[in-house]
Design a binder for this molecule. Sequence first.
Ligand SMILES: [Zn+2]
Ligand SMILES: [Zn+2]
Ligand SMILES: [Zn+2]
Length: 377
Amino acid sequence: MRAFSCPVCSRLVTFESDRCLHCGAAMAFDPATRGLVALDFGTVAVADAATQAVEGRDRCANATLIHCNWLAPPTAPAVPVDGPDPNAGAPREALCASCALTRTRPADSDTEGLERLAGAERQKRRLHFELLELGLPIADGQEEPGGLIFDLLSSAVAPVTTGHADGVVTIDLAEEDDVHRVKMREQLAEPYRTMLGHLRHEVGHYYWTVLVADAGDEARLAEARGLFGDDTEDYGAALDRHYAEGAPDDWEDRHISAYATMHPMEDWAETWAHYLHLWDALQTAASYRVSVAGPEHVTDPSGTFAGRVEAPVVGRFPEALEQWLPVSYALNALNRSLGSQDLYPFVLSPPVVEKLAFIDRAVAAAAVPRPADVPAT
Ligand SMILES: [Zn+2]
Ligand SMILES: [Zn+2]
Ligand SMILES: [Zn+2]
């Protein structure tokens, strides 16, 4: 994640901010420019000449319902009419680019479901932002066949299985409940389980189709199968085997998680989610100019690490990854000092690093031209 500043007074705000706590300016995140824009000037009487509030733009229609802080798409231009027409230029129903991908959500009368939806959509906007940052194509499944669709459902109403099929990502909103999620994490002996992790994993299945299976690149598909295994392997049989026998004892030598051993497609999705975790964490570390200059035996085993984290660049991820290890050691040590568990409870074996590098190359090959980068502040 980038670090953001208030478009009016330049104080630090967050990706989730809808109002500046310092000057009171209302703001919204504009996915088109991947930056926060002012909707008004708050208590600042005369705006700086360099600052302009966006005019004629509204917040996402979900702003009140689930506290979405994104900007609705620009109103469709008015159709020129010959004579008076009350409908000319009327704004169409205005959900932001992220909320628009959600096809099904809890009913307005389901207060608990909506509370969990707000949490899940907040994480989904983070996911969406990162996909934009990576330059990945995001097809709207309700407009284009095979594109992305999210069904965010409450299992308090009917049974829900979190998963992915043909672009449709289904999420059980019960995972927003801390007690439920921790219980599941312990039951499955997972070191890490978050809503953001679920979203990253499930969207990974979609990008397997886009970047590998349907990319029309036989060499890439063959390389993927060499690294992750045969994606056509019987899924039902693999699932039964995994839940009967569990992961092999030495899974950490080749996989990022025990679940990744279940089927080649789960290995891809787990590694994909990890790629997004690391890319985001490195971008955040670079935005905050995090440096780890010691201890020497950690930061400089090969003399290559310069101390300060550089923002990751798509296609050059292996270099960025080298910077992550000293940062993760420092973060884990800090967490332990505060009596918490490790922030980064993972081991990156050489085969996992190879898989991450493959995903990075696949992302680089698919990256679409996008508006100029907003400068990191
Ligand atoms: Zn401000
Ligand atoms: Zn929205
Ligand atoms: Zn999966």
